[in-house]
Design a protein around this ligand. Sequence first.
Ligand SMILES: [Zn+2]
Length: 129
Amino acid sequence: MSAAGGWCPECGEHYGAGTVACPNCRAVLVDAPPSPPGSPVVVHRVPDAAAGALLAGLLEHHGLRVHLRSATLPGYGDVRRDWSTTAWGELLVARRDAEEARELIAEYLAALERGGRVRDEDVEEGSGG
Ligand SMILES: [Zn+2]
């Protein structure tokens, strides 16, 4: 906790020193500016195209809008656009869907580790319908 101000994680407004929470959203300010509202956030990195398509399909099955972004440059083979990432690509969803998407992926991966084969019942468990 500092009195140095920061950005509201809800509306993105910046406040100066002395403000600890957004007076509009009542959200505690964070040190870094959040992504613009509505802009997608990365929820998972995938090792290859097949895994990306699989997880994207899983999220779409649950009604989430998902964007699969490859880290490779089209036309340049496996040249990485971002050398800091070793993954093939990443899954992005809207900010409001990020938490649900992460839970779905986590449950899916946990189910994979348990038994190898994954059924819909496994991934829908605990999602609240
Ligand atoms: Zn706010």
